[in-house]
Design a protein around this ligand. Structure first.
Ligand code: HPA
Ligand code: MG
Length: 224
């Protein structure tokens, strides 16, 4: 089963190889204020949207007719969560199956510059007792080392939900990863720092539609 799924790519999502150079920036439009700050377009916005549409289908197939609480992990997850919920709503409008959704937001912070810090802060998650007995869908933009996701899962499990599923847009191929894969994965990517589609570098680049690789000069320019 695991092998068949790996073969079809469903488990890991769309796998982006280490050799993938990305697309030249000249082939796409992006905000001029980021001119010189980016290396390449790694995943174009349209591809993100197409993949998200399919993830919504998979979620609908598995969870249709269940009530769910969507737990959006801010800030990086806001765009993916909004687009994913949007696609699930569209499917609910156009079929007999439907997923009543509530959306809740929590905030995690653990990165400074392009490095993960030990200090993980969870904000807005002090009292999640309303998750008791509920089906929870955690929506995350990116899973790196897996440490953050593990901590968050432990935190959420303590409130005894009936079921927890995780949707991650990006999963990084990190050496010695302790990560268990999300149930729904958009893309598996190399261990590179990416920005855009709400993913930031010190709060910059969230206002970029494509997922891009930041350039060295971009890192220097926005370094804290
Ligand atoms: N980009 C932005 N934020 C992140 C990343 C990344 O590659 N990995 C973990 N948080
Ligand atoms: Mg960040």
């Amino acid at each position: 089963m695991a092998d068949a799924e790996a073969g079809s790519g469903k488990r890991h999502g769309i796998v982006i190889r280490d050799e993938w150079p990305g697309y030249s920036l000249e082939l796409f439009s992006y905000p001029t204020h980021y001119c010189g700050d980016l290396e390449c377009v790694y995943i174009p916005h349209g591809v993100i949207m197409d993949r998200t549409e399919r993830l919504a289908r998979n979620i609908m197939d598995d969870l249709g007719d269940h009530d769910i609480v969507v737990l959006c992990v801010l800030k990086g997850g806001y765009q993916f969560c909004a687009d994913l919920v949007d696609r699930i709503k569209a499917l609910s409008r156009n079929s007999n199956r439907t997923i009543p959704m509530r959306v809740h937001f929590i905030r995690l912070k653990s990165y400074l510059n392009d490095q993960s810090t030990e200090d993980l802060q969870i904000v807005g998650a002090e009292d999640l007792s309303f998750l008791n007995g509920k089906n929870v869908l955690i929506v995350e933009a990116i899973v790196g080392t897996g440490k953050t996701m593990k901590r968050l899962l432990e935190h959420v499990e303590a409130f005894r939900p009936k079921m927890i599923k995780v949707a991650g847009l990006l999963v990084k191929r990190v050496p010695h990863s302790s990560a268990s894969l999300p149930d729904y994965v958009g893309f598996e990517i190399p261990n590179r720092f990416v920005v855009g589609y709400a993913l930031d570098y010190n709060e910059y680049f969230r206002d970029l539609d494509h997922i891009c690789v930041i350039s060295e000069s971009g890192k220097t320019k926005y370094k804290i």
